[in-house]
Design a protein around this ligand. Structure first.
Ligand code: C5P
Length: 233
């Protein structure tokens, strides 16, 4: 069992107020860039090989963020692409020569996962799963809207889950599936479990973590900062 990590951080983060304020993965929460927290958390977990996928414009920001990771080891970066899917494939390709058995693919903008989540994922992989997805059962009642912002229907939430990252895979099958998606012109996947499903890999669910939110909006950054500041007191 030799897992490696791909952290995708090449997005521009327009929904969080960029470009004026810079991409959200480099905003400060608790005094450090979001991505510093994310990388540090993986570094605490059995020192895996880590590839961070960044935007070519962000090399300085990334260098500063990496310098703040205590004990940063085995971490390199490559440049990403125009979509998350392209960025993930760039990260996977960079890992190919090190022959990992498995890979965990994670959004840089989710700094609040814990080591117990990584262990749950690793246990599922060791038990033979080809693809593992941390997810949370949907708690809210779901409504489908019509085009005039009126409710058209109530959707049953039974069996519905919200997908998180890190999503984990056997390395060879997932890089093959990613390349096949490109060959067949499928460039619309928003997560890697989606590509695994499309390629026919069974995707095993494990319990996600309520705290493991994706920092998407400006408000999410402010709330994350407040949460970390509170924890520091
Ligand atoms: O845009 P979205 O919220 O789906 O981004 C999820 C993650 O994917 C973020 O960490 C973002 O930096 C990354 N991403 C990327 N390359 C892109 C777009 C998004 O690495 N072209």
């Amino acid at each position: 069992f030799k897992p490696a990590i791909v952290i995708v951080a090449a997005g521009r983060g327009e929904r969080a107020g960029a470009p004026e304020e810079g991409p959200k993965q480099y905003r400060l929460i608790g005094g450090k860039p979001v991505i510093t927290h994310t990388i540090a958390q993986f570094s605490r977990w059995s020192a895996p090989d880590v590839v961070v996928v960044i935007h070519p414009d962000d090399e300085n920001l990334f260098g500063e963020a990496l310098a703040k990771v205590p004990d940063a080891k085995n971490i390199r970066f490559v440049h990403g692409g125009a979509t998350r899917q392209q960025s993930v494939l760039a990260g996977l390709s960079a890992l190919e020569d090190t022959h990992p058995s498995h890979v965990l693919i994670h959004d840089a903008v989710r700094p609040f996962f814990d080591l117990a989540l990584l262990d749950r994922i690793a246990d599922a992989l060791k038990a033979g799963a080809q693809a593992v997805l941390p997810a949370i059962a949907v708690a809210d009642t779901l409504k489908k809207a019509d085009t005039n912002q009126f409710v058209a229907d109530t959707v049953s939430r039974t069996g519905l889950y919200a997908a998180q990252t890190p999503q984990a895979f056997a390395f060879e099958p997932i890089i093959t599936a990613h390349r096949k998606a490109v060959e067949e012109g499928r460039t619309d996947f928003t997560d890697d479990a989606g590509i695994a499903e499309w390629a026919g890999m069974p995707v095993r669910l494990v319990e996600g973590l309520a705290d493991n939110v994706k920092l998407t909006l400006k408000r999410d950054i402010a709330m994350a900062d407040e949460k970390l500041s509170r924890n520091l007191v």
